[in-house]
Design a binder for this molecule. Sequence first.
Ligand code: TYM
Length: 336
Amino acid sequence: RPRVLSGIQPTAGSFHLGNYLGAVRNWVALQETHDAFYMVVDLHAITVPQDPAELRANTRLAAAQLLAAGLDPEHCTLFVQSHVPEHAQLAWVMNCLTGFGEASRMTQFKDKSAKQGADRTTVGLFTYPVLQVADILLYQADAVPVGEDQRQHVELTRDLAERFNGRYDKGGTATFTVPKPYIVRETAKIYDLQDPTVKMSKSASSPKGLVNLLDEPKTSAKKFRSAVTDTDTVIRFDEAAKPGVSNLLTIYATLTGTAIPALEERYEGKGYGALKTDLAEAFVEWVTPFRERTQAYLDDPETLDAVLASGADKARTVAAETLATVYERMGFVPAK
Ligand code: TYM
């Protein structure tokens, strides 16, 4: 089976609809066809300040949401990044292979650090993409299921894998699998409901544009009903001319498993109001059991922690083998 690996940050508490449609939903599908490794990336979270109690709660909450979304510990390996020390160890090695200029070109870093200002930006945030490189390479992943905003980090991973392979391979066996991004075009970028030209994200300028899965469903329904569209009335998928309507169609189509042309047909001659009301309803129908399942996992922390412990065991076996090869090839004296 080909292998996939991906991760999600625990920082925001609730996942938002972009996380789910752009990534987590695909993780659930891929666990059936791939050898799948998924993790909650707490080491990545601390690149910005975290309250310890909140970080601990949000890490478990993230795992609970992943299980509620359909990850099955019998079909995938679900773990917490800090439980596998090899991530930090390989990240150091990769830091030493990464050019300063190369890291400086990472657009997510440039955006985030520009917002925070130099004094509040940590060195950890700067090397964050290199930790992500280590995450992926440790598992020899063939593919990395993510949204569009992570593409550049997967490209960096490919570059560093090839660099290491080129420098350190002996006898032609590559140390690392060179991974490909796995990005589903239709849902690669879910947009803000109030500003459909920017991606939905937890740092949205208006909370009305961001749909959090764990919010009261009534609150989210209202956000769908007041989503920004345009002054036209025609319901047609056209991302350039009608970004708001197209975003709503993408969300509706994906949540209900309907093709977009079928939706265009269904809403012919009807106004935006009908589409928004129906989408709000479909979302509430989907999210209500999701919230209940999340709560059920939270109510049983022993089971949740046991799932994560067994995931960490499985992950470590793979990660330790890769790291041992890397150390040996770099010329470190083996610890007897
Ligand atoms: P994070 O936690 O910001 O987001 C988790 C996943 O959600 C996707 N996503 C979106 N997809 C579509 N539309 C949106 N509006 C949207 N917003 C977020 C992201 O692309 C991502 O797939 N650096 C990563 C976490 C990470 C990782 C890894 C991923 C750490 N190590 C190794 C893959 C492999 C991040 O911050 O994702």
